[in-house]
Design a protein around this ligand. Structure first.
Ligand code: AMP
Length: 302
């Protein structure tokens, strides 16, 4: 089953306690697409500028990623710069240059309009809505990511959009902000009342929670002895989650739980190196082996 993603393709500058990179490929849709392409075929909608070269586009080549929906327009590609705290739990945005992203109007190629699985990465809610409006038929699963900026600044648009979303994937701080509830289970309940049937709360090094109906499923984050760059962990989680779900082709308790584990698996690979360096060179057996490690990590007898 194919999976459509709409979001940022970017150049990032990142500083962590392990080093500094002045310019590398990033963007929420890039992390998502590369992670998900290990599971299913991905269709990418986004925009880049003239500075995005044939070599840069190599990140998408040789994988199951269709870039017919990636526009190249006059101007510079979206640029983001961030610095992490010494424990890497906090990050400061140093610069956001929207560049060609400022006038971005997603346009879905005809064939994309029937994609059964859709991920609306973190962009302006009005653009996320325009993607849903272009879909020919109601997708089987629509998942959405957002951030504090839109929760504050575009609350009404976001709330309206949430009525049409199946899975909201956000971090714990965003879940608290959106719901006004500190307790995550209460926050989950309040958010589900806004529309999404399911809520995935990403909690960084504390793993992730799936809140669905009255049930809660929890996966840990993989304990790692090297974390070099947390950038893109959330989007890679989302790529593993949606990729696994789309590969299963149906949504039930078993496929959702498996998707949570593959989300954690892809998030754990993303942080091992700067940018996409680890994700782009992965081999499928490594993914399977890490999923088995998760099983071992959490298995016990009663
Ligand atoms: P994450 O670490 O999962 O939050 O994602 C980081 C990625 O999001 C980086 O590669 C950035 O290029 C991209 N990004 C940062 N700010 C924004 C924004 N305002 N809109 C869209 N993408 C962004």
């Amino acid at each position: 089953m194919t999976l459509l993603v709409v979001g940022s393709v970017a150049f990032d500058a990142v500083e962590t306690p392990h080093g500094k990179v002045e310019r590398m490929i990033g963007g929420a849709a890039t992390y998502f697409a590369v992670a998900a392409s290990y599971f299913v075929s991905v269709r990418l909608v986004g925009v880049v500028g003239e500075d995005f070269t044939h070599d840069d586009a190599a990140i998408f080549r040789g994988r199951r990623i269709d870039t017919a929906g990636l526009e190249r327009v006059k101007g510079l590609t979206f640029f983001w710069a961030g610095r992490y705290s010494p424990d890497m739990n906090d990050r400061t945005t140093l610069r956001t240059d929207l560049n060609v992203f400022a006038d971005f109007q997603p346009k879905l190629p005809e064939i994309y309009r029937k994609s059964p699985f859709v991920f609306l990465a973190n962009i302006q809610p009005a653009l996320q809505r325009s993607v849903l409006q272009q879909m020919g038929a109601r997708p089987k699963v629509v998942a959405l990511d957002t951030m504090n900026y839109w929760i504050e600044g575009s609350n009404a648009e976001l709330r309206e959009l949430l009525r049409d979303v199946d899975v909201l994937m956000i971090n714990d701080a965003e879940a608290r902000q959106l719901s006004g509830e500190y307790n995550l289970l209460r926050a989950g309940r309040a958010i589900r009342a806004m529309g999404p049937k399911m809520l995935v709360i990403k909690r960084g090094e504390h793993g992730a929670l799936l809140v669905e109906g009255n049930s809660v499923f929890s996966v840990p984050a993989m304990p790692l002895d090297k974390v070099h760059d947390p950038t893109g962990a959330g989007d890679s989680f989302a790529g593993g989650f949606m990729g696994s779900l789309a590969a299963a082709g149906r949504v039930n308790s078993a496929s959702l739980r498996k998707a949570m584990v593959y989300g954690s698996v892809m998030g754990s690979f993303a942080v091992e190196h700067f940018g996409l360096e680890r994700l782009r060179h992965l081999k499928r057996p490594e993914i399977n082996a890490r999923a088995r490690q998760f099983k071992k990590l959490t298995h016990f007898n009663l």
